[in-house]
Design a protein. Sequence first.
Length: 385
Amino acid sequence: MYFRNTSTPITKNIFRQIRNKSFKNYKDLRWNAKNIEKDITPVRKDGKFYKFHYSRLDTNSTIYHFQLRNLLACPTKNDLYYYAQDSIRHYSPITHEFESIFNLDNSSWNNVFSLTASKNLVAIGIGDGNYILCDVNRPSHQKIKALPRVNSTDPQAASVDYTINYLKFLNHRSGNEELLIASNDFYCRFTDMNTLKYSYEYKDEKPINCASLRNDGRTLLVVGDSKKSKLIDTTSNVVIKEINEHYDYLFSCEWSPNGNYFVTGGQDKCTRLYDFRNMSHSLNVLSMNISSVRSMRFTEDNQYLAVAEQADYVHIYDAANGLFLREQVIDFFTEIAGIGFTPGDGNCLYISTVDTNYLHSSIINNYGAIMEFERCRYTMNDIFF
């Protein structure tokens, strides 16, 4: 590894020190890191939960907005979808090959802010407030839907931002598949995939950057351009809990699959864990290394939580007992576009990194990668600390 315009070699450890000191984490609000340090939960860093398995190094994966990093979807064990420079691509973990399933040849479509997928559909959130539904079995068949617009006679109509920040497919208790949409126009909406009509709407006071629905099908967690996290009863649209423990805007949240816990993460470089049965304060405050929390995922068996920083680091926590006291850190040198576990058994963790040549010049150039990590099955060392 070399610096530009010099032949002096440096080690990874030296470059890591330089990188950590030079990286500037983006803030929307002013806060002092020392105020957070007293809350940080100490964790053991000797976790060995996932091991490296494979890496495809020329994916051309990219991002459009530096704060939104949910651009990798893993709906099945055999399918991954991600955002490349000119298309939405399918990647096969079996053959390690990718192909474009939806070309973004329309210039107004090539500003993808969010991405999700189910077994049959890929949903793409666009900056102008449109979202595209693509049938994975018939990629040439797409449906384009637009978020509701403010009446053009409204004095503030021209200033409303309809950017779609986050998407996620839901399986409703009725059996209907729904699409959760969180957007900059202050709304979180559910769209029924059978009728393509909205089955639920919640309007907040701020843009919503991420949302997650509890396994009871009624408790909605939302975070956005605020320090506050909110829990909403979707049957009444009443805010049942408002939490104000973070120091900066929030961009990620997730319920544990068993519904007992939820986590929130943001630009104050920490993840906070809460017990739904006692939300008086956070159980754990988990610190990041250099940058904001941009995305997080649980395995479906509640065993592990993965938290992705904006760059360089993905943290994996042992979440089985609800107290995340053991951690594995995967580190590299580039921006992160998204993360995902294989559904069901969580056997693989996938990390999509950004094509830095497309975005900006960098000391370490790369063309984007999908890294695959395989779950380590239990040994005596895993069971006993």
